[in-house]
Design a protein around this ligand. Structure first.
Ligand code: SF4
Ligand code: SF4
Length: 174
């Protein structure tokens, strides 16, 4: 089990996870570490040890914002963002309930907007996100202010290159 998880994540992320020696430079620089249940260096150790159940149920994998700060600080040039991507994908593939469903709802609404319009259309993306998250009232005041300033156009405008967008999604099997 330990070998399987490590091998799968290394293959999917392309990162030399076995080189991690727990210097913690990633965790010290991570802007999201306070939201994580396991700091980035611990996530790396857990992958090395094959702690799949704990990782796929963790909040850490959903709180990473892929800022790449850890990768720029790591003495072994390990980028943790692709590691988190692999763990997130495994969580969804295996039908495990995500520890942070609201973040998953936002990711999903974002991707569906890109798939439909080739770019983000904020109004429909936000409605989709609210529906998926059942979080109808949060940020309503900010949303109304932005709408009144014309920052959230009602009518979507599709990308001129929808064929390419379709091709990208097909290649990704989505
Ligand atoms: S900075 Fe790199 S080597 Fe150090 S703990 Fe993080 S991933 Fe491991
Ligand atoms: S990529 Fe993720 S783990 Fe790395 S510093 Fe940014 S938020 Fe933290």
């Amino acid at each position: 089990m330990a070998e399987n998880l490590l091998q799968k994540v290394v293959a999917e992320s392309g990162q030399p996870i076995d080189l991690c020696y727990q210097c913690r430079k990633c965790s010290v620089g991570c802007p999201m570490v306070e939201e994580f249940d396991f700091p980035p260096n611990m996530v790396m150790r857990m992958v090395q040890l094959g702690m799949k159940d704990e990782l796929l149920k963790s909040k850490a994998i959903w709180m990473c914002i892929s800022c790449e700060t850890c990768g720029s600080r790591c003495p072994n040039e390990i980028r943790i963002a692709p590691v988190m991507d692999s763990l997130r994908a495994q969580c969804l593939e295996e039908g495990i309930a995500p520890a942070d469903p609201v973040t998953v709802a936002l990711h999903s609404a974002f991707i569906e907007s890109i798939k439909t319009f080739g770019r983000v259309h904020e109004a429909t993306m936000l409605m989709n996100y609210k529906w998926k998250s059942k979080n109808f009232t949060s940020d309503l005041d900010v949303g109304i202010k932005l709408f009144l300033k014309g920052k959230i156009p009602l009518m979507p405008k599709k990308s001129e290159n929808m064929a390419k967008i379709k091709e990208i999604f097909q290649e990704a099997g989505k």
